[in-house]
Design a protein around this ligand. Structure first.
Ligand code: ADP
Length: 364
């Protein structure tokens, strides 16, 4: 367990550029060739099994039900420290299995007699990612039925959360704005929080408003707790900010230089006039063999228009964007995740962290 000593001086966090790393095409050629992406996104696994972590039997069973045979590199490096309650700062590319690190370690440390208090608080920057984390908790609590996880995010009436949280879950996952609102309204109480987790922490700490929210929430939790932060990318500046929330963290940086590029990912671009884009896209969708495709666009209008165009060309397409009604957005996310549609047109609302395992082609 760690102690957090925040001095007055530290309270004022420095300002940072809010520029997000851009993914640049790494291929000069305008030709589009077949995209080769390995079937598994967990790049390196270890010979040892999950048994080495000596997790609770209920967790071991859930892990094998999920089909996880070997820990990924990041799990191998992080879980031993995390299950001892040590603070952890971890940077590893998307898809390396960071979520299971904090889900398994917090569940392993949760005592049965802890009762109905929020003991683990997970903050993340998008609603979709919050929802995905909830699903991961649900998978691993299959045999720990006394542990409940709930999710909160903006866009739904606060009265709904109030009703849902009347009986507090042990795990609360949420976006910073809504979580702070719930604290301020006295709807949630963080007096019993033992694990404070930020997933995709740089996304929250780089954005001034979210960083302030995170900090205010942090101050509502006890000093004595485990703090864990995860991210696909972590600049030196943000790394420094993260460590201010922690006490002697275990630091795990895997593939330090890597930006948001996945192993086996190949990037291509075609130079086109605006007027040629739709035709080219339709041709590519016709010729590429894909499982599922995500097409990122920059505006809501473009998302709607492109989706209608694809539908009129008989492609199984759905679209989602930030301004969409909350229930609808989650519904679309679920439909796509369950393979209910092959193509999703989206504004960049879940550019990071959300995992659609069947997607093998992405257009930007
Ligand atoms: P990250 O948080 O690093 O982006 P995720 O935790 O979302 O990665 O993991 C990516 C995918 O890999 C998820 O579908 C997850 O269920 C799966 N996964 C995680 N760990 C393992 C493992 N040890 N073996 C097999 N699959 C795994």
């Amino acid at each position: 367990m760690s102690h957090r000593h925040m001095t007055e001086e530290e309270d004022v966090l420095p300002d940072y550029d809010t520029d997000i790393d851009e993914v640049h095409p790494n291929q000069e050629s305008a030709d589009i060739r077949a995209l080769k992406i390995p079937s598994t996104s967990i790049a390196t696994v270890h010979e040892s099994g999950f048994g080495e972590f000596l997790l609770k039997a209920e967790l071991q069973r859930a892990i094998s039900d999920c089909g996880f045979e070997h820990p990924s590199t990041v799990q191998h490096e992080c879980i031993p420290a995390a299950i001892l309650g040590r603070d952890l700062l971890c940077q590893a590319k998307s898809g390396m299995g960071k979520t299971a690190v904090f889900v398994l370690s917090t569940l392993n440390l949760m005592e049965k007699e802890e009762g109905k208090h929020i003991t683990a608080l997970v903050l993340t920057h998008t609603r979709e990612l919050a929802y995905q984390i909830l699903e991961e908790f649900n998978r691993f609590t299959k045999y720990l039925t006394h542990i409940k996880a709930k999710v909160v995010y903006g866009g739904v009436p606060v009265t709904h959360d109030k009703k849902e949280l009347a009986e507090p879950p042990q795990v609360l996952i949420g976006t910073p704005g809504r979580v702070l609102h719930l604290v301020n309204e006295g709807i949630v109480n963080f007096k019993f929080v033992k694990h404070f987790i930020l997933d995709e922490c740089d996304q929250m700490l780089e954005q001034l408003d979210m960083r302030n929210d995170v900090q205010k929430i942090f101050k509502n939790t006890p000093h004595n707790k485990q703090v864990m932060m995860f991210s696909a990318t972590l600049s030196d500046d943000v790394r420094g900010v993260c460590k201010r929330f922690m006490h002697n963290p275990q630091e795990v940086y895997i593939n330090d230089q890597a930006k948001l590029t996945l192993d086996g990912l190949q990037q291509y671009y075609v130079n086109l006039a605006e007027s040629q884009k739709n035709r080219k896209l339709v041709n590519l969708l016709d010729s590429l063999e894909f499982n599922q495709v995500v097409i990122f666009v920059s505006t809501v209008d473009r998302a709607k228009a492109l989706n209608s165009l694809l539908e009129s060309e008989k492609f199984p397409s759905i679209c989602t964007y930030g301004r969409m009604d909350q229930d609808q957005r989650i519904e679309k996310y679920k439909t796509f995740k369950k393979f209910g549609s092959r193509i999703m047109v989206a504004t960049n609302l879940f550019g990071r962290g959300v995992d659609f395992e069947r997607v093998n082609v992405v257009f930007n």
